[in-house]
Design a protein around this ligand. Structure first.
Ligand code: PLP
Length: 390
């Protein structure tokens, strides 16, 4: 049935026809508890009434306008984002990869505009994932993503995660920026300790380098904070956002300080769809809910509950080597020899959706609206799945 599709995905033999909240119904009638949320996308679950209303109302008014004109919904969303963050300026995209591509361009432009085009190199980290464009695969540098796509875009210096000496050594007169995820997502839910993020900020200040945070997976409330870097109390110069910001509608953004955004003058960058009225109407509805401090406090509270339940599960299952993450972005690192894909399949057999990641990890990324009862149900299903693979 998937024959005309390019075989770039090893798809599960499963398709869905509708969803509500944290639940999603397959075409065969089975009802799944969705702890993957489209890989951290459906932040407010499925068919959230406020998002549906915003999309329907905008769909009746106006779908699309070129960025040749002012777009009030886009300006309103940019204002909401700048009010809520370190940023002064926003550019809207359709995806995470596009946000990363723009950030790479911004790092280069920032220095070339100051007469220092030789400062074009970007320091990145092992295990990173920034998307699948030629720039984004070169930035992450993993053999798996890059093989066969050489020659890679030059200008990236990838250092081992957590290796301070290698990081110091990678910084030189050509370094323009450091690009990092505050919590590696695809890399296996590897959080950067808050003191390390503060250290990176200090290092960037010391060398005049831009700090660019990829919060595509960790942002928009997922950690119980609007953005994960808030935990460390250190702010970036440039931040990439996508996934949760559209709650399932394709939308991304690059947020930046005035200084980092200054060289992005007319003609330096553009997009046909990015920030169109339909996407921004949904983005505004998402922000209305997610940026509310009470909502975020609730995510944090239920996230801690999820963490406690997972720790209790670990005590019963030697198959779990480690629990890590923050809020609703949790990873179970499995003991050596056990396969995350097998556990994901076993979870699917008991109608629970979870997502594999690198470093032998299974990710739990439930919608931020998940209730304590649904957390208990999800953990109980995970318990069953773990027993079946043990
Ligand atoms: N950066 C991070 C941290 C991601 O998790 C992803 C997607 O998983 C991307 C970038 C790429 O985003 P997209 O798939 O929307 O292009």
């Amino acid at each position: 049935m998937t024959a005309p599709l390019m075989p770039t995905y090893a798809r599960a033999p499963l398709s869905f026809e509708r969803g509500e909240g944290c639940w999603i119904t397959a075409t065969d009638g089975r009802k799944f508890l969705d702890f993957g949320a489209g890989i951290a996308v459906s932040a407010l679950g499925h068919a959230h009434p406020q998002l549906v209303a915003a999309l329907e109302a905008q769909a009746r008014r106006l779908w699309h306008v070129s960025n040749l004109y002012r777009i009030p919904e886009q300006e309103a969303l940019a204002e909401r984002l700048t009010e809520a963050t370190f940023a002064d300026k926003v550019f809207f995209t359709n995806s995470g990869t596009e946000s990363v591509e723009m950030a790479i361009k911004m790092a280069r432009k920032y220095w070339s505009a100051q007469g220092q085009p030789q400062r074009h190199r970007i320091v990145t980290f092992d295990g990173a994932f920034h998307g699948r464009s030629t720039g984004a695969i070169a930035a992450a540098g993993s053999e798996k993503m890059c093989a066969g796509f050489e020659p890679l875009m030059p200008g990236f210096d990838t250092v081992p995660w957590g290796d301070h000496e290698a990081l110091q050594a990678a910084i030189g007169p050509e370094t323009a920026a450091i690009l990092i995820e505050p919590i590696q997502g695809e890399g296996g839910i590897r959080p950067l300790p808050p003191q390390c993020l503060r250290g990176l900020r200090a290092l960037c200040d010391q060398h005049g380098i831009l700090l660019m945070l990829d919060e595509i997976q960790s942002g928009m409330g997922r950690t119980g904070h609007l953005f994960a870097h808030e935990i460390a109390g250190a702010t970036p110069d440039v931040m990439m956002v996508a996934k949760g910001i559209g709650g399932g509608f394709p939308l991304g953004a690059v947020l930046a300080t005035d200084a980092a955004a200054a060289p992005m003058t007319p003609g330096t960058h553009g997009t046909t769809y990015g920030g169109n009225p339909l996407a921004c109407a949904v983005g505004l509805a998402v922000m209305d809910i997610v940026a509310d401090p009470e909502f975020l406090a609730g995510v944090g509270r239920r996230g801690r509950h999820l963490g406690q339940r997972l720790s209790a599960l670990k005590a019963e299952h030697p198959a779990i080597a480690e629990i890590r993450g923050e809020g609703m972005m949790m990873g179970l690192r499995l003991a050596e020899g056990l396969s995350p894909v097998k556990l994901v399949e076993a979870a699917r057999d008991v109608e629970l959706l979870v997502v594999p990641a690198a470093d032998n990890v299974v990710r739990l990324l439930p919608p931020l609206i998940v209730s304590e009862d649904e957390i208990s149900e999800g953990v109980a299903r995970l318990d069953t799945a773990l027993r079946s693979v043990a």
